[in-house]
Design a protein around this ligand. Structure first.
Ligand code: ATP
Length: 368
């Protein structure tokens, strides 16, 4: 069992809190992606787990072992770095077997593990070559094979694909996903690439300014962000945010946006009503609105600012009063800059956000 428990882990550099009371439980053999913008503390948290930078406060458990103050070698983890950190003067075989040799593993075990890891990564034919003669993608595979050869229960990966070109990245992403299903390791994978996180992770932990914002499976993080930051960081285009004001129309709660009215879903009407007379933020994703060519009851008229045909969809930038938003339509939907369209906002697709706390409202209360 290699469940990882991170309890109130804090790491401070001078007066900068790089990781602020992080709490996370990664289940045995789970693939958790730690996602966030540059500088949010992902690597610092990963290094604390690896023992490469001791946490200043909190506790880290791997299975039933408290590893908080253990040296890296004692933690039984394996790590893949962004820089690969493979040795150019050693052969691929020596590189992959390096960690095992340092741990004093017998030659037979080293050979067996190296051969197995090389096979998993399809680099058997490269074992006698030196990394200096290889491509970036091949070097990347060597780094991953070296980590797998350790057969550690915990695998930590820090932006392992970031040095690859876009196409290779796409290829390696799918390959890593397949691979990590085959190896029985609990994996934490750091990235700032939200597509990588959505496509690979069993769950995603989103970080900002040293604080974990949300931990959920990819579809929940995408569809039900707990706050504005998560909605804007995940998704391309990011979630749209519009300024609204809550009021009553014939006694029913309604939200005015640029002279138009939107009605909340019944389940959230009370939560929105608590903002009566006050501003509220409307969050909605581009693909969750419906664009119509003709005026329809309940649909809001908008002006098309930009129409971008993207092959599988048309992405429209439209304006409603002072708000600009992106609306995704079918590629055959006819729209050009200057046109007027009508947009439907399905109530169940709207996320209502407190403008001050930036948290998404849930049934009656602001999300914790
Ligand atoms: P990136 O994706 O750019 O690697 P990150 O999310 O991994 O970013 P960290 O490397 O964990 O971010 O850094 C978090 C914060 O802590 C940053 O503001 C960084 O400048 C700071 N920091 C990291 N390591 C040190 C250090 N050794 N000394 C001082 N400050 C540090």
């Amino acid at each position: 069992m290699a469940e990882i428990r991170i309890e109130n882990v804090t790491k401070v550099f001078g007066d900068h809190v790089a990781v602020d009371r992080a709490n996370l439980v990664i289940e045995d053999q789970e693939f958790l992606v730690l996602l966030g913008p540059s500088g949010c503390g992902k690597t610092t948290l990963l290094r604390s787990i690896a023992g490469l930078g001791m946490a200043d406060a909190g506790r880290i458990m791997i299975g039933d072992r408290d590893v908080t103050y253990m040296r890296p070698g004692e933690r039984k983890i394996s790590m893949v770095f962004q820089s690969y950190a493979i040795f150019p003067h050693m052969t691929v075989r020596e590189n992959i077997g390096f960690g095992l040799k340092m741990n004093g593993a017998p030659d037979g075990e080293i050979k067996k593990n190296v051969d197995e890891a090389a096979e998993l990564l399809h680099i058997e034919q490269l074992l006698d070559r030196r990394p200096s003669d290889m491509s970036g993608g091949q070097r990347q595979r060597v780094a991953v094979a070296r980590a797998l050869a350790m057969k550690a229960e915990v695998l930590l990966m820090d932006e392992p694909l970031s040095n690859l070109d876009a196409l290779l990245r796409l290829e390696m992403r799918a390959e890593l996903k397949r691979l990590l299903r085959e190896v029985e390791a609990t994996t934490i994978y750091v990235t700032h690439d939200q597509i990588e996180a959505l496509s690979m992770g069993d769950r995603i932990a989103v970080m900002k300014d040293g604080v974990i914002q949300q931990v959920d499976d990819p579809s929940t993080v995408y569809a039900e962000p707990t706050n504005r930051f998560v909605g804007s960081f995940i998704g391309n285009p990011p979630m749209n945010f519009l300024d609204g004001v809550v009021h009553r129309v014939d006694g029913a709660v309604s939200v005015g946006i640029g002279g138009n009215e939107i009605t909340p879903a019944a389940a959230l009407a009370n939560a929105v009503a608590a903002y009566d007379g006050k501003p509220i933020t409307v969050g909605i994703r581009a693909e969750n609105m419906r664009a119509l060519e003709t005026e329809t009851e309940g649909a809001v008229p908008v002006r098309v600012e930009v129409a971008e045909p993207l092959g599988s969809q048309n992405l429209l930038t439209v304006s409603i009063g002072d708000n600009r938003l992106k609306v995704s339509t079918h590629p055959t939907f006819p729209a050009e800059a200057g046109d007027t369209l009508w947009i439907q906002f399905p109530p169940e697709q709207i996320r209502w956000i407190d403008p001050q706390t930036e948290k998404v409202l849930t049934g009656g209360v602001v999300a914790a």
